[in-house]
Design a protein around this ligand. Structure first.
Ligand code: PLP
Length: 452
């Protein structure tokens, strides 16, 4: 830090403050974790300085032999770790990984046959007229994904994201009674909508997904099954999700982040069946800028860590801890979407405390508990204020928490929310953001959180 402080001390201070914050609070954000020192150190190296557009052994820049080594290792570890035929480790983030996958499906399913028909051998040979035809064809393509309030992600065809512009979108939700995915309803929607891409995967669904069933549905309607395992990649790597619950043998294409439950550097990657490999490898320059060699190297290190036997123990503990957290919350009267969890996250309906998600999130933060507000199915407060708070166990499990610590965490969460009330704005109108938390309880909880 002293080296950084010599140049810009305010950055060094912010880095130090972040470490202090992360140590003093309870990090329950389901998409966050603590990467190992080996992963962090790998990112802070001179590999960062190298340009390496292209793929291993086929670069548009000279002198890429060391980048070839780290990219090759990251891809090899990813293939071995997940049992995938092909891995592409260049995406800079989860959103980028999805974009690579979507273009690859369009290229493999639409572009290639269209080019063949037109007698064009390479995409670079397309005339303006060909492109116009292609754009028209792309405009008619459809994506079916999980709705946002059921736990889906913005990149699964929703309007604020480019996927919602590239595809006509429709979504499937969860059963209003149980909160669980209803595969018959997904099948019925798919038969009606005939998507090119059936998207599976989630950001806030607290249960496992049967990917064998999703593949059956995709096959029935001629769709490509793309699974976004960003959230639960660590549980797949750690062999907690196996058989029908492992997306890799069932999906045509799997996308992921490397930084959530997988505990690697911030980034993305794509796994796919061989027929999609060429199109996936065109990610850069099709939709990605030059790869980040230092991050690909850190992915190689993280995947190597995840191949160690200890990682399977970690992944199982993440789920056991989520169950302990869910039970601790339920036992104290909290309502959970779906009634519990089978993965690394719990979705808490805070309306029973008389709060919006926004109020609950802020009150918990005041008390040293870091969460994020999240919509629940059919949320009356919409995606901004919400009625839920999402809690995840990957980060605190890395810190060594077990069931007892998570039960205590549940106690602290319920205590804070029970001592928080909504307040009105200055002119007396009701507010979905303003709240008052009992100062004594917040102080006591902050101290308890720092000690845990
Ligand atoms: N996919 C899913 C399911 C996610 O939950 C997220 C992020 O939260 C992403 C993709 C996007 O990842 P990134 O922030 O790395 O672009």
């Amino acid at each position: 830090l002293s080296v950084i402080a010599e140049v810009e001390p305010r950055v060094a201070d912010a880095i130090g403050a972040e470490l202090a914050d992360q140590r003093a609070s309870l990090k329950l954000i389901a998409s966050e974790n603590y990467a190992s020192p080996a992963v962090l150190l790998t990112m802070g190296t001179w590999l960062s300085d190298k340009y390496a557009e292209g793929t291993v052994g086929h670069r548009f820049y000279a002198g890429c032999q060391n980048v070839d080594t780290v990219e090759g290792l990251a891809a090899e570890h990813a293939r071995e770790l997940f049992g995938a035929p092909h891995a592409y480790v260049q995406p800079h983030s989860g959103i980028d990984a999805n974009l690579v996958a979507f273009w690859a499906v369009l290229a493999q399913r639409i572009e290639s046959p269209a080019l063949e028909r037109a007698g064009v051998r390479h995409v670079n040979d397309l005339t303006d007229e060909d492109w116009a035809t292609l754009r028209h064809a792309l405009g008619d393509q459809r994506m079916l994904g999980m709705s946002l309030d059921a736990g889906g992600h913005l990149t699964h065809g929703f309007r604020p994201n480019i996927s919602g512009k590239m595809f006509a979108q429709s979504s499937y939700g969860t059963d209003p009674e149980t909160g669980l995915l209803d595969y018959d309803a997904v099948r019925a929607r798919a038969r009606e909508f005939r998507p090119l891409i059936l998207m599976a995967g989630y950001s806030a669904y607290p249960r496992r997904v049967d990917f064998a069933k999703m593949r059956e549905i995709a096959d029935e309607v001629g769709a490509t099954l793309v699974v976004d395992m960003a959230h639960f990649a660590g549980l797949v790597a750690g062999k907690v999700f196996t058989g029908d619950f492992d997306p890799v043998p069932h999906a045509h294409v799997v996308t992921s982040t490397s930084h959530k439950s997988l505990r690697g550097p911030r980034g993305g990657f794509v796994l796919c069946q061989p027929e999609y490999a060429d199109a996936v490898d065109r990610g850069c320059p099709m939709v990605l800028g030059g790869p980040l060699p230092h991050v690909m190297a850190a992915k190689a290190v993280a995947f190597a860590e995840a191949r160690r036997p200890q990682f399977a123990g970690y992944a199982q503990t993440v789920v056991d801890n989520a169950v302990a957290l869910a039970e601790g919350l339920s036992r104290r009267g909290a309502r959970l979407v779906t009634g519990g969890t089978e993965n690394h996250l719990v979705l808490l309906d805070v309306s029973t405390f008389g709060l919006t998600g926004r109020q609950a999130e802020s009150a918990l933060l005041d008390a040293g508990i870091v969460t994020n507000r999240n919509a629940i199915p059919a949320d009356p407060n919409g995606a901004w204020y919400t009625s839920g708070v999402r809690l995840g166990t990957p980060a605190l499990t890395t810190r060594g928490f077990g069931a007892a610590e998570f039960d205590r965490t549940a106690e602290l969460v319920v205590d804070v929310l029970s001592h928080t009330s909504p307040t009105a704005t200055r002119d007396g109108s009701p507010s979905k953001a303003k709240y008052a938390v009992d100062g004594g309880v917040a102080d006591k909880t902050r101290a308890a959180a720092a000690e845990l």
